[in-house]
Design a protein around this ligand. Structure first.
Ligand SMILES: NC(=O)c1ccc[n+]([C@@H]2O[C@H](COP(=O)([O-])OP(=O)(O)OC[C@H]3O[C@@H](n4cnc5c(N)ncnc54)[C@H](O)[C@@H]3O)[C@@H](O)[C@H]2O)c1
Ligand SMILES: O=C(O)C[C@H](O)C(=O)O
Length: 307
């Protein structure tokens, strides 16, 4: 049986554990610094197994040693934003947490694949890569799959069609400068711009970019976790089952898309080795420019954490 560790047992972490248990693909270890929190939630999830029908082990712990032998470690530890905050406002606190978490992953699960979730996502992913010095295929962030799922759900609502027929693509940093790509977004194979006028597409693009903030605005004291955990579980499944799914994720770029020394959302092929390939889409000069603006925003954050 594969093993997945989920660091942070808050909203995203605990929901991710529930979704992973329901996929029935790995034993799961939940870790948090709050005493009793991961233990209680793990027991609760385990006690649903006879009702839901999964048959994996779920344990909660405050001891990082328990993540030994994990195939994948999902990092959700850190604070979430409140109304009025940007994701970048979380950096000062979450960078320290990420460094502690990564030191423990390096110590106890040195062969694991790391999927970061903590915000600001691209900067945290870069920090995790630098901190662990793992190869770039083994450290990447969940972001674009969530953003694409949001884009797809808004398109399906607008068209009053099944969301299953929508295939959406969002590149760039997981922030206000993310780059939804209508050109690479289709409904039953039909390009979006053949189905909607520019004004409607532009409204859906704006709503996608602001989707995280829209939820923070409603929730007042926390951010989204149902869709984020669904994206995380889908990516973990692609890795453990070696499905080679192609999804957007924040990956370290070494010349791809003209970018160097940065983690940024691009389409990647996910398999048992993590990011097995970075897919380079042909972009128009306008799309390239938007990606460059997004990269510049991420780079500003990276400079803040670089010694
Ligand atoms: N990448 C994305 O698309 C995406 C989506 C949703 C949330 N997020 C981010 O994920 C993070 C978590 O969000 P949440 O809603 O679960 O927050 P939360 O406050 O509900 O949970 C965070 C948990 O992390 C724990 N924690 C803090 N330091 C820790 C450490 N050193 N080791 C282990 N656990 C530690 C806390 O005790 C808490 O239980 C936030 O930074 C949020 O912005 C990212
Ligand atoms: O919006 C946030 O702060 C959380 C997450 O990045 C999201 O997009 O839901």
């Amino acid at each position: 049986m594969s093993k997945v560790a989920v660091i942070g047992s808050g909203n995203v972490g605990a929901t991710t554990v529930q979704r992973l248990a329901e996929l029935n693909i790995a034993d799961i270890v939940m870790v948090d610094i709050v005493e009793g929190l991961p233990q209680g939630k793990a027991l609760d999830i385990l006690q649903a197994a006879p009702l839901v029908g999964y048959d994996v082990d779920v344990i909660g712990t405050n001891d990082y040693a328990d993540i030994f032998d994990s195939d994948v470690v999902v990092v959700t530890a850190g604070i979430a934003r409140k109304p009025g905050m940007e994701r970048d406002d979380l950096l000062a606190t979450n960078i320290k947490i990420t460094q502690q978490v990564c030191a423990n992953i390096e110590k106890y699960a040195p062969d694991a694949i790391i999927m970061t979730v903590t915000n600001p996502l691209d900067i945290i992913t870069y920090a995790a890569l630098r901190c662990t010095q793992f190869d770039r295929n083994r450290v990447f962030g969940m972001s674009g799959l969530l953003d694409s799922s949001r884009f797809a759900s808004f398109i399906a609502k607008e068209m009053n069609c099944s969301v299953r027929d929508v295939n959406a693509m969002v590149l760039g940093g997981h922030g206000d400068s993310m780059v939804p790509l209508p050109k690479y977004t289709t409904v039953a194979g039909i390009p979006l711009n053949k189905l909607m006028d520019e004004n409607t597409i532009s409204k859906i693009v704006d709503r996608t970019i602001n989707a995280g903030a829209e939820i923070v605005g409603y929730m007042k004291n926390g951010s989204a976790f149902y869709a984020p955990s669904a994206a995380i579980a889908a990516m973990v499944e692609a890795i453990l089952k070696d499905t080679k799914r192609i999804v957007p994720a924040s990956a370290f770029l070494n010349g791809e898309y003209g970018q160097h020394d940065i983690c940024l959302g691009v389409p990647v092929k996910l398999g048992r080795d993590g990011v097995e390939e970075i897919i380079e889409l042909e972009l128009s000069s306008q799309e390239m420019e938007a990606l460059q603006i997004s990269a510049n925003a991420v780079r500003e954050g990276i400079e803040k954490i670089s010694p």
